[in-house]
Design a protein around this ligand. Structure first.
Ligand code: IMP
Ligand code: MG
Length: 175
């Protein structure tokens, strides 16, 4: 595949992403010492990052996945998010960590955080690979952030442009 026309230079390498995931895994071990966690990956972009993070956690870990999409731009500010695939797990009494590829406007995560909080979870935190603070429209911060990025259209390591480039083993952007 020739990505040279559209994909920019490497912004974050696979080694850097894995090292950061390992640091976050250690932090999660400390923060939840003596407990267990349920990692909820948001399909599809969070998959590679979630794999890295989960391998770095020594606590008991369960994993599950959800798929969601926000409605069109006009309704974004209202925070309406559609759940296309719900969890299979019971979340009551669990320490849920939502694992996301990138926080941009914050709409998706603000909705999901409330959604979980209303389902009897013990705690809800957010772990994202990338944070794009310039895009924020909703006041929400992730608890565990891999890297802060500029307001570019990011691709690679799970992130797509029309379903392409998810498989790139690094973070880059569209030119
Ligand atoms: P939010 O609700 O605006 O925070 O939306 C976050 C979602 O939008 C992410 O899970 C991605 O699927 C997508 N997204 C946001 N920024 C980018 C980007 O730069 N590249 C690819 N997808 C993005
Ligand atoms: Mg996504």
């Amino acid at each position: 595949m020739d990505n040279r026309q559209t994909v920019g230079e490497i912004m974050i390498t696979e080694e850097e992403i894995r090292a950061r995931a390992a640091e976050i895994g250690l932090q999660i071990d400390k923060d939840y010492a003596g407990e267990s966690v349920l990692l909820v990956g948001i399909l599809r972009g969070a998959v590679p990052w979630m794999v890295d993070v989960m391998k770095s956690i020594s606590l008991d870990v369960e994993i599950d996945f959800m798929a969601c999409s926000s409605y069109g731009a006009a309704t974004k500010s209202s925070g309406v998010v559609k759940i296309n695939k719900d969890l299979d797990s019971d979340v009551v009494g669990k320490n849920v960590i939502i694992v996301e590829d990138i926080v941009d406007s914050g709409t998706t995560l603000a909705y999901l955080k409330k959604y979980f909080a209303n389902r009897g979870t013990k705690s809800v935190r957010i772990c994202c690979m990338l944070d794009k603070p310039e895009g924020r429209k909703v006041d929400i911060e992730a608890d565990y952030v891999g890297f802060v990025v500029k307001d570019l259209f990011i691709v690679g390591y799970g992130l797509d442009a029309n379903q392409k480039y998810r498989q790139l083993p690094y973070i880059s952007y569209l030119k």
